[in-house]
Unconditional design. Structure first.
Length: 206
């Protein structure tokens, strides 16, 4: 308990901008590695993978914030917006590397989106993230009111689609993508008891 309280006090003192900077730094480092031969014989594919994996990690990190507060009394809620926006940052970079460095041909890009299910799913996740990123500001919260919270529940679908994109992208039976999918499912399942209690309470009130 003492360690938890000390961590919460420390988290309250950490400026949010530090989280943005710390989470942004791996991307240019990977670009540097790719340009200097540090990502192996297929640097573009490796760069796509690293950026996509960071995006998935951050989506999962965002999902852990509510269960940590609910079940462990660890409060890092102030960093949720930063984590979500940085997940969008990595998804966007992942997409740009695929568009600009990998495929390059516009007609081929559309053909891949239509014909390859894992790309279709990845693009669907990106499209869902657009309104979430656009409304991740105080003005939108005030303007949308309760609708803002409903809109941002799309994060759950984004996380599922992101994990599914990784599973389908993997060649053969690999445990890592399945592990991430399982983690996403567990984190979403942890929200169910609380959601069920709120539903029952509303019904009783009605």
């Amino acid at each position: 308990m003492l360690a938890r309280d000390a961590f919460n006090r420390f988290a309250r003192r950490v400026p949010t901008w530090i989280v943005y900077v710390a989470l942004a730094l791996p991307a240019p480092w990977f670009v540097y590695l790719g340009a200097t031969g540090g990502l192996g014989v297929e640097p573009i594919k490796a760069l796509e993978h690293e950026l996509g994996q960071w995006a998935l990690w951050l989506l999962i990190a965002g999902l852990t914030i509510t269960p940590l507060r609910r079940y462990a009394s660890i409060n890092v809620l102030k960093f949720r917006r930063a984590i979500g926006l940085m997940a969008f940052y990595y998804v966007t970079l992942h997409l740009l590397v695929w568009l600009v460095l990998d495929v390059q041909v516009l007609s081929q890009i559309w053909a891949d989106i239509v014909k390859r299910p894992y790309i279709t799913i990845g693009m669907a996740a990106f499209v869902l993230m657009l309104p979430l990123a656009a409304t991740s500001n105080n003005w939108s919260i005030r303007k949308l009111g309760p609708r803002w919270r409903q809109l941002h529940k799309a994060t759950y679908a984004v996380a599922i689609l992101g994990a599914l994109h990784f599973v389908m992208l993997a060649k053969g039976f690999l445990l890592e993508p399945l592990f991430y999918m399982a983690v996403v499912i567990v984190l979403l399942a942890l929200r169910w008891p609380q959601r069920r209690r709120k539903t029952v309470n509303r019904e009783r009130a009605a």
